[in-house]
Design a protein around this ligand. Structure first.
Ligand SMILES: [Zn+2]
Length: 371
């Protein structure tokens, strides 16, 4: 009996001290709930959990009730639940006045003449009413008990330069900043900048050469992020954001995101190499750039763009259908982890094919941080 007790004790000690199997932390961007029933949502989240996803960035509109319902099911499946809701891009809405939308260098409003695509209706980040709208909307969602975090997206200006991989799609050569894609030249932005620096930006021939004008716009976005961060943190919730790669190589230059200055809990750079006509090795390079800029302040999760039809990638013209094929996954994930990422985020789990999941399952159990 004594021996049995001893054996049991040894067994308990061993099973408790057995190291947990290593797995790379993985998040996934996804949307819903469409018309899915609770049971269907549960099946969806259970499957993601089994496949190695730890948390979802969930896009389900702006109604807190949706996140209450879906969040409960996601949390029940053991997932972290972050709400993925665009910030500066807002569809026409009775709560938003047309004059609060951003104005480009030609004087056109994103409200009725958006750049590139119809949904590019960006608000001006320099309007107090815009901040109040966002604070109210995100605040109500952060109040939902099932919500772990607020995930900001489109927290930026419209792309003044598109990724090279997108030029053909839109029939553009974006060798410099053009006024039709450059924002915001609304009366408030122009006059606030004049008050601050003495420069009348409308009289400058090439505004892209004015460093203060760049900084002024970085600061407008940073200010919105940091004010929202205070609000969300006061509610005991996390706040993080999807950002462009960089910050210096792409994010600041193209969308005015100086994200290394943001008071967030984590950043999720969209390290989508195909959008920049880069190889998967580039994912590691930009991860290193981001981790260096953050200097240990907050974790960085490397966002990976998944190719939904790997067999057609070479014939596919639309870069939105490009992305990592199964054979490229290891280079991108290894590059991210070896260069200091805290984990990865998939765009999207739904685009992953069986072949992707098969290699993914092996890759995420490698600890690339151990040299
Ligand atoms: Zn403005």
């Amino acid at each position: 009996m004594k021996n049995l007790f001893l054996l049991l004790s040894i067994f308990v000690i061993f099973s408790c001290s057995k190291p947990q199997e290593y797995k790379i932390p993985v998040y996934g961007w996804m949307g819903g709930p469409d018309n899915l029933t609770d049971q269907e949502l549960k099946n969806q989240f259970d499957t993601l959990k089994i496949r190695g996803i730890d948390g979802v960035m969930y896009n389900g509109g702006q109604n807190p009730e949706t996140y209450h319902r879906v969040g409960k099911i996601a949390k029940g499946a053991g997932l972290e639940f972050h709400t993925w809701i665009p910030t500066m891009v807002q569809a026409k809405n009775p709560k938003l006045k047309p004059e609060w939308y951003a104005i480009n260098g030609k004087g056109e409003s994103a409200y009725d003449k958006p750049a590139y695509v119809d949904y590019y209706k960006f608000l001006c980040p320099n309007r107090e009413e815009v901040y109040e709208f966002l604070a109210k909307m995100y605040g109500a969602i952060a109040d939902v008990p099932e919500v772990d975090g607020i995930h900001l997206d489109y927290i930026r200006f419209p792309d003044v330069i598109l990724g090279k991989g997108l030029w053909d799609k839109y029939g553009l050569v974006m060798d410099r900043e053009y006024p039709e894609y450059d924002y915001c030249y609304c009366d408030k932005c122009v006059s606030d900048f004049k008050d601050k620096t003495g420069i009348d930006i409308k009289s400058v021939e090439d505004p892209s050469q004015v460093q203060e004008w760049k900084q002024f716009r970085y600061d407008l976005i940073t200010s919105i992020v940091n004010r929202l961060a205070v609000l969300v943190h006061d509610k005991g919730k996390q706040i993080n954001a999807a950002v462009f790669p960089g910050p210096n190589s792409v994010a600041k230059r193209t969308t005015r995101q100086e994200w290394d200055k943001w008071d967030l809990d984590a950043v999720f750079p969209m390290n989508y190499n195909d959008f920049y006509l880069e190889k998967p090795e580039w994912v590691g390079e930009v991860t290193k750039e981001g981790v260096t800029a953050l200097d240990g302040k907050i974790p960085l999760y490397s966002g990976l763009f998944i190719c939904p039809n790997p067999e057609n990638k070479t014939e596919e013209n639309d870069p939105e259908n490009h992305g990592l094929i199964p054979e490229e996954m290891e280079v991108a994930i290894r590059g991210s982890m070896e260069n200091g990422a805290a984990g990865i985020c998939l765009f999207t789990p739904g685009r992953m094919t069986d072949a992707h999941w098969e290699v993914f399952d092996k890759i995420i159990r490698n600890d690339y941080t151990k040299k």
